[in-house]
Write a protein that binds this ligand. Structure first.
Ligand code: HXC
Length: 270
């Protein structure tokens, strides 16, 4: 059952958000909650059917929404989708990088091209989107006034805080994403008044990540040593995103908020 939001409905009123991977999973829940809180939503993704159905659902909720096909690995797609978003809604305030690639594989079975593919999607894709969006997000950028810049939110993970089995590629990719978050927060915060933050979700129920990466057996075992004894919900991630994207988070820059119920630091009781 969906929880109601503790935020006022207008916390993102008038904002325009573009979300890569915003048509499914955690990305879609962020799209929905941003829309319910006043934002207009553009979604970028590779699969037309996913985009169409996400946009239809958002519109049925009264949320102004549009979908653009594109692959974050292609600079021309990034540029085109960002330009189309601005053409459609007049400006861009929030970029959410939620597109990610993943599969479980041991290092010895992972080809260098497989490794590169995930880094291309998660890390290079995030950089490319930020790079192409800068001219619209910066203070005084197209469609914005000269008093404030926009914000960037990068969806990360906690895998690389320690080490995670069969996730060498994703761990490396998300470590790079966290580093991008800090570097851009420093440089673009200073020069362009853009805030750049991340969210590192723990295990979230009902997502592709969980079904692909954590078979049944893991989710039941997890409960034995998870501090909060339960999986997170997509809603939990969306609420953290709302906090960071709204004025409530206006002094937060360069941080990646861990939303995992305390899981990454826990050890079995003995
Ligand atoms: C080993 C694999 C593989 C697998 C692909 N490769 N799948 N290697 N095991 N299961 C290798 C291929 O052999 C190939 O290398 C290279 O990766 C590229 O494969 P392609 O199939 O050509 O790539 P592509 O079609 O672009 O697909 C990208 C993908 C795909 C990442 C492989 O799975 C994908 O996009 N999935 C959808 C996105 C997704 O899963 N989202 C959920 C993210 S959850 P060679 O050498 O053979 O050419 C998430 C959570 C993280 O991110 C945190 C969890 C806690």
């Amino acid at each position: 059952m969906e929880s109601s939001s503790p935020f006022k409905e207008n916390v993102l009123k008038g904002k325009v958000a573009l979300l890569t991977g915003g048509g499914s999973g955690i990305g879609f829940e962020i799209s929905t909650q941003f829309g319910k809180h006043g934002a207009s939503i553009a979604i970028m993704g590779r699969r037309k059917s996913v985009l169409d159905s996400a946009v239809a659902t958002l519109r049925s909720l009264g949320i102004p929404a549009v979908g653009f096909e594109g692959d974050v690995r292609k600079q021309e797609d990034a540029k085109r989708v960002i330009e189309s978003t601005v053409k459609h809604f007049g400006k861009l305030d929030i970029l959410v990088n939620a597109a990610a690639g993943n599969f479980l594989v041991s290092p010895e079975d992972l080809s260098p091209n497989g490794f590169r593919t995930v880094l291309d999607i998660d890390s290079v894709g995030t950089f490319t989107m930020c790079h192409e969006a800068l001219q619209y997000l910066k203070k005084g950028g197209f469609g914005r006034d000269s008093s404030s810049g926009g914000m960037i939110l990068n969806i990360s993970a906690t895998l690389h805080y320690t080490a995670s089995w069969y996730q060498i590629h994703v761990s490396a990719a998300k470590a790079a994403v966290d580093s991008l978050t800090r570097s851009l927060a420093l440089e673009w915060g200073t020069d362009y008044d853009i805030r750049v933050n991340g969210i590192a979700p723990g295990p979230i129920g009902d997502t592709t990540g969980m079904s692909k990466l954590a078979p049944e057996e893991i989710s039941s075992k997890l409960r034995e040593y998870m501090p909060l004894y339960k999986l997170g919900e997509k809603w939990d991630i969306a609420m953290a995103a709302l906090y960071l994207a709204s004025d409530a988070g206006k002094y937060v820059n360069g941080t990646t908020v861990v939303v995992d119920g305390g899981l990454w630091l826990s050890r079995p009781r003995h």
